[in-house]
Design a protein around this ligand. Structure first.
Ligand code: UGA
Length: 432
């Protein structure tokens, strides 16, 4: 099939490349000329394991191409995916849909024959209805169908998530579009993905409800971890014990720092905004947001306590600063809240992250990047394991620290407390 992905961010690029790998002809469109030029040279703007190889393979096979010409790309394609960003509105909680609507206007001017136009970006309920109205203005005879097909991939696992999704959700009442999309996704369905056809609005809400529920699961286990700390219980026993109940499930029950990334914080706020518009209370999600906002302060006060409330001139080393492993994404990472506060309180923070230096910390004095773990740990009074990169899982602290015994605060519970204590470290995790 002939596809066009508008927006070469995470969702657009990964889905476009994966669709081309399934044998479709895909044009990835972006208005950013520099980005398109570097993609044509095989340079990938994001860090995502396995993506570069797939881009090079499919670009070489000519199933994948890159363009800045939206009109031409739309005319050449049968199915158009809108994959542009939907960030939080400046100063507000709802999603900023200006990019989506601008693209819709452009598509409207370019329709030459029947097109299926799909929102893959996360968009609030009724956005599909609004896109339909925009495109109808320039296309009186309805030669198009607007569908919602949300994406559920995770950063760092995006290719695997695309190829082996739990489900493919297609929101449309149009029989023809549904049939075409079922065929497009048939290679994934034959590998076990569930195909679910719903109304367009339901598909839009499924995406937000799923992210809000996952955020709730994480927040729930983080609060349980707080209780475990007070009652001398290991949170991992609780996660396993709860997760073995098939109605609950064991995934997304790992306690840690506040959840972050480009989706959960933004989408939980946006669903509240939608509910407000429709005069409905979502009190559970509201308290999840509040609890998560408070989590970094809570972990900061633990840091302070571990250092006997004396932060001035204390050397604190952060291992990992991204919001999770296998991504270079810093958006809404809890390190962005914690490190500046520690620096303001006079601590000297060094950090190491496998994805390198982060410009976000440039403006803070006493915050420095070290380009290897050993240098970052040097002279530290406290080591904070912030992100669960594999690179940190088998650090030989004994040889790196040469007899020194700084405090280790493992916010991701990646080490065994028994082994760490046997080696004489003052070791602390979360919820245990
Ligand atoms: C999330 C969803 O998992 C995807 O299904 C969805 O498609 C995506 O948002 C999106 O809306 O585009 P992502 O933001 O890439 O994916 O990251 P996750 O793996 O879900 O992690 C989010 C945050 O939760 C991270 O800060 C992570 O460290 C934290 N987390 C996750 C925990 O603290 N504990 C867990 O058990 C799982």
């Amino acid at each position: 099939m002939k596809l066009c992905m508008i927006g070469t961010g995470y969702v657009g690029l990964v889905s476009g490349v994966c669709f081309s790998d399934l044998g479709n002809n895909v044009i990835c469109v972006d208005k950013d000329q520099a980005k398109i030029n570097s993609l044509k040279k095989g340079k990938i703007p994001i860090y995502e394991p396995g993506l570069e190889e797939l881009v090079l393979k499919n670009y070489k096979n000519k199933r994948l191409s890159f363009s800045t010409d939206l009109k031409d790309s739309v005319r050449k394609s049968d199915i158009i995916f809108i994959c542009v960003g939907t960030p939080s509105r400046k100063g507000g909680s709802g999603a900023d849909l200006s990019q989506v609507f601008n693209v819709a206007k452009e598509i409207g001017k370019s329709i030459n024959k029947f097109k299926i136009i799909i929102t893959k970006s996360t968009v609030p309920v009724t956005t599909g209805d609004q896109i339909e109205k925009i495109i109808q203005k320039t296309n009186k005879k309805k030669k198009f169908s607007i569908v919602s097909n949300p994406e559920f991939l995770r950063e760092g696992e995006a290719i695997r998530d695309f190829v082996y999704p739990d489900r493919v959700v297609v929101g449309t009442n149009d029989i023809k579009s549904n049939k075409i999309l079922k065929t497009l996704y048939s290679p994934l369905i034959s590998k076990g993905a569930q195909y679910l056809n719903t109304s367009r609005r339901a598909a839009e809400l499924i995406k937000y409800a799923s992210n809000a529920f996952l955020a709730t699961k994480i927040t729930f286990i983080n609060e349980m971890a707080n209780l475990c700390e007070k009652t001398n219980i290991n949170i991992e026993d609780i996660s396993i014990g709860m997760g073995l109940d098939k109605r609950i499930g064991g995934r997304f029950l790992r306690a840690g720092p506040a959840y972050g990334g480009s989706c959960f914080p933004k989408d939980t706020k946006a669903i509240i905004n939608t509910a407000d518009k429709f005069k409905t209370k979502l009190s559970v999600i509201k308290s999840v947001i509040k609890s998560n906002d408070n989590r970094s302060n809570l972990l900061l006060s633990r840091i302070s306590k571990l250092l006997k409330n004396r932060l001035k001139n204390k050397k604190i080393c952060f291992l990992g600063v991204t919001f999770k492993a296998n991504t270079d994404d810093m958006r809404d990472s809890s390190s962005l809240t914690m490190i500046p506060i520690l620096s303001k309180k006079g601590a000297k923070v060094s950090y190491y992250d496998p994805t390198g230096h982060k410009k976000e910390f440039n403006k803070y004095k006493n915050v420095s990047f070290e380009n290897n773990i050993k240098d970052a740990l040097k002279k530290s009074d406290l080591i904070v394991v912030h992100t669960e990169w594999n690179d940190f899982k088998s650090i030989n602290f004994k040889s790196y620290l040469k007899g020194r015994k700084p405090i280790i605060f493992d916010m991701r519970n990646i080490y065994s407390p028994t082994k760490m204590k046997q080696q004489g470290f003052k070791y602390f995790g979360v919820g245990r």
